[in-house]
Design a protein around this ligand. Structure first.
Ligand code: DC
Length: 226
């Protein structure tokens, strides 16, 4: 069995729209490592609860859903991995703002976070793991070889989300997106369990003026130096 200590882990945490998803996937591809999109686990918990008609404010029931999830990430070439739930591929519904909002609510529940903890750690497999989320460096992979905390201004993050969602064909409003991002950031930062904040030993990178390739290069340089 491999342990967290033997498997190199690179954590990329940060708020929504900081570019961590894109950067994390590019890093995993570059390094030939596995990739964990931990936000997808919270989104799937929200989606599966909705599908099972569970009251999203009922922590014990949502935690049971989280515990029972059978999730697989299926790697795709030059695209985000597709996600399957109990053998069924979950499409772009996972990326909607409605599911993001519900995911943020369930992510504030300690029992849900506890239910997903071991599932996340199980992704640490050789030759290595790039783990993307909010608390990868602070809670899930505290022994990670390198911890990155990616930031960008709320305006830039809203513009990136706008472009991503438009490309997927969703009807979106930039001002509303900015507002939603700020509300979600505030909730993610203020919650008592695993709030969004850099680990003490994280390297903080501001991606505002950088493209994804430039951020990837900075992280690879840090990985070489550490
Ligand atoms: O990264 P994302 O937008 O897919 O995340 C969805 C929600 O899940 C977001 O509100 C933050 C939360 N989340 C979390 O609390 N911890 C993580 N490790 C990843 C995501």
């Amino acid at each position: 069995m491999t342990t967290e200590k033997q498997v190199p882990v690179l954590t990329v945490d940060g708020p929504s729209g900081s570019g961590k998803g894109t950067v994390g996937q590019m890093l995993a591809q570059e390094l030939g490592w596995h990739f964990l999109d931990s936000g997808a686990l919270y989104r799937i918990t929200a989606l599966a609860s909705q599908d099972q008609d569970i009251d999203i404010t009922n922590e014990a029931q949502v935690a049971l859903v989280a515990k029972g999830l059978e999730i697989k990430f299926i790697p795709q070439k030059d695209a985000p991995p597709s996600v399957s739930l109990a053998g069924q591929v979950v499409g772009d519904v996972l990326r909607t703002e409605q599911i993001a909002e519900m995911a943020s609510q369930v992510a504030a529940m300690p029992k849900v976070r506890a239910a997903l903890l071991l599932k996340q750690r199980a992704f640490a497999q050789l030759p290595g793991l790039v783990a993307d989320g909010r608390d990868m460096g602070t809670n899930v992979f505290t022994d990670a070889r390198l911890k990155i905390f990616l930031t960008a201004s709320p305006e830039i993050r809203a513009q990136r989300r706008y472009k991503q969602l438009k490309e997927k064909g969703f009807d979106v409003n930039l001002a509303r997106l900015l507002e939603e991002i700020q509300v979600r950031d505030a909730r993610d930062q203020a919650r008592t369990v695993a709030p969004l904040k850099p680990a003490d030993d994280a390297h903080i990178l501001d991606s505002s003026g950088l493209d994804a390739q430039e951020v990837v290069q900075k992280v690879l340089d840090l990985l070489k130096a550490n």
